[in-house]
Design a protein around this ligand. Structure first.
Ligand code: DX5
Ligand code: ZN
Length: 225
């Protein structure tokens, strides 16, 4: 198993949205690796969040990569409106049935990364057809749609399954991201199974009564194996 740098992707939907700029500056200063932006369309998931204009505004206001997670049935609507920068991530779902190479190739040409996500009930095999053009596999560890959801029982073992699935097929370079109810302890365990990008929301960075100045270094410690 290859050793990756473990990275923190702070969930923007869990931030104080009316004071977002303040949170972004704090996250930058605390050395968070990227900003996770959950795009939801009220069809693929029962919630509605941010759109392409919001992502563009974020790109203009921070040097941190944006880790965009499109929980949408029409990813082309997003793709056609956005210009990803070097290091940005564009992640779509495998449950939306299509060949994504036409998106992945131009993303790579700009130095951006292509990600493929699966929901908790989708088997690891669903990513196989996308692997030749994929940089990251995102595993949903909760049913998608809302912050603060409950971890799906037994889901953490899927990280180890996915890692073996990728490694056996020669894709040691593809990283695994985990998204949903990723607490410090769970992150530590999933890092040991091969995850290297951790989406951090209410279970880790945005905890009641704790500041980012307290939670970010604690989480960093938890993923430093
Ligand atoms: C869930 C979202 C997550 C969520 C993670 O659909 O994708 O980004 O905000 O945060 P918590 O820790 O609240 O589950
Ligand atoms: Zn997400």
């Amino acid at each position: 198993m290859k050793k990756y740098n473990n990275k923190i992707s702070a969930s923007v939907m869990c931030s104080d949205l009316l004071n977002l700029e303040k949170d972004i500056r704090t996250l930058e200063n605390l050395g968070v690796d990227m900003l996770h932006i959950d795009v939801m369309d009220a069809h693929f998931v029962p919630n509605l969040t941010f759109g392409p204009d919001f992502i563009k505004a974020m790109q203009a206001h921070t040097h941190l990569p944006v880790d965009c997670h499109f929980m949408v049935t029409e990813p082309d609507l997003m793709y056609s409106k956005l210009q990803m920068r070097k290091g940005d991530i564009f992640t779509v779902h495998a449950e939306v049935d299509r060949d994504y190479r036409y998106m992945a190739d131009p993303l790579h040409a700009s130095g951006a990364l292509f990600g493929i996500a699966i929901n908790p009930d989708t088997p690891v095999e669903a990513v196989e057809r996308h692997l030749p053009y994929t940089d990251l596999v995102l595993l949903m560890t909760v049913y998608p749609g809302f912050a603060g959801s409950k971890l799906v029982e037994g889901i953490m073992e899927k990280v180890g399954q996915m890692r073996s699935f990728l490694d056996e097929r020669g894709y040691q370079d593809i990283e695994i991201s985990v998204d949903g109810s990723v607490s410090n302890e769970r992150a530590n365990y999933m890092a040991s199974l091969g995850a290297s990008v951790f989406v951090c929301g209410t279970a880790s960075l945005y905890r009641k009564g704790m500041s980012l100045e307290e939670t970010v270094p604690e989480f960093r410690q938890a993923i430093t194996l």
